[in-house]
Each structure stands twice: as structure tokens, then as C-alpha cells.
Write a protein that binds this ligand. Sequence first.
Ligand SMILES: NC(=O)c1ccc[n+]([C@@H]2O[C@H](COP(=O)([O-])OP(=O)(O)OC[C@H]3O[C@@H](n4cnc5c(N)ncnc54)[C@H](O)[C@@H]3O)[C@@H](O)[C@H]2O)c1
Length: 181
Amino acid sequence: MKRILVTGGAGFLGSHLCERLVASGSDVLCVDNFFTGNKENIKHLLGHPHFELMRHDVTFPLYVEVDEIYNLACPASPVHYQFDPVQTTKTSVHGAINMLGLAKRVKAKILQASTSEVYGDPEVQPQSEAYWGRVNPIGIRSCYDEGKRCAETLFFDYWRQHHLRIKVARIFNTYGEDAAR
Ligand SMILES: NC(=O)c1ccc[n+]([C@@H]2O[C@H](COP(=O)([O-])OP(=O)(O)OC[C@H]3O[C@@H](n4cnc5c(N)ncnc54)[C@H](O)[C@@H]3O)[C@@H](O)[C@H]2O)c1
């Protein structure tokens, strides 16, 4: 049975991912500091023998044994990520460093939930992966956009330098029901 860590697992996307992974027969460790997520999103999974919840902030190191990591922890909506912009950048950058360090130690595969915001305010529509974006490092959205860009840099450098098995998914705006509907 695969042991899978989902950071931000009590959030909107993370709770659906936890649900899917538990249903597919994996052992899921959901880590969240409940800044924007809440237990309501995962209440249907609490008590499941293959689901575990841990309150933890990814800006601090985490020592667990897992086979795969999905790094989703980060507030996603502007009102939330602009509430404490320094913490937002720390969550993306320190969070990526801590999760990549963990992946390196335990030789886990790791996925980063990145964003279409890495393209900034783009001049081309639609954006292709070859497009590097038109970005602003000093605006009020930069804590999110630049944090996610730096996280992507870290992921690709861990791949080149340490041969980590990485995936980076640039998610575009997503909507839907809460997992615990
Ligand atoms: N929803 C979208 O449209 C969208 C689009 C692009 C990218 N993304 C990315 O997908 C991921 C999930 O987005 P979402 O829509 O589910 O957002 P969300 O705010 O519902 O979930 C984020 C989760 O991360 C947790 N979190 C925040 N900071 C943390 C920290 N320091 N330590 C531990 N947990 C922390 C929150 O409590 C929450 O449960 C985010 O990384 C986001 O940037 C989402």
C-alpha cells in the first residue's frame, strides 16, 4: 500500500485529492494548518483506517515516512493570500524546500500544485508551457505569483541536481463542490 502525503489536504482541491487517493487504496496522511482549509472538508474521511490528519505548518520541517507527496499547501484566493503576504511567500518557498528535502530523504515522488499565475499578466492567450510570462515581483499579487515561481525553480533544481522524481502542475482556475457535500 502506498503511503501518500497531501499538504493542504483540508483545502478545496486537497480534500478531493485525499478522497480520491483513499478510494484508490492508498494510505493518506493529510497535513494542514487550517488557514483556509477546515475539518468540515474532510469529515467524511476522519475515522477511515487509511486516512490520518495532522495539524502542521509546512514552513516548518516535517519528518514522516511516505512514498509520494502532493504539495498543495498554500492559500489560493487573493483575499486569503494577501491577508499575510509574508506568510504566503514563506508557505510556497519554505514549504517547497521542506517538502523537497523530505522527498529527497525518503526518496519519494513529489508533485507541486503550481498555478497559471506563474505567467503573470500574460501577453499571449492561451499560454503555452514555453511562454515564460510577464511578471511583476513587487505588486500585491507577487507574494503568490513569485512564491509559486520560486517553488517551480526549486522543484526543477532538485530534479537536475538531486534527480528527484518531480511533477509540476500549473492549475488554472478551478471550481466545484466541497468534497464533504
Ligand atoms: N483552486 C484553484 O483554482 C487553484 C488554481 C491554481 C492553483 N491552485 C493551487 O492548488 C492548491 C490548492 O488550492 P485550493 O483551491 O484547494 O486552496 P485552499 O485555500 O482551499 O487550500 C489550501 C490549503 O492549504 C492549507 N495551508 C495554507 N498554508 C499552509 C501552511 N503554511 N501549512 C500547511 N497548510 C497550509 C490551507 O489551510 C488549505 O487547507 C494551492 O497550492 C493553490 O495555489 C489552485
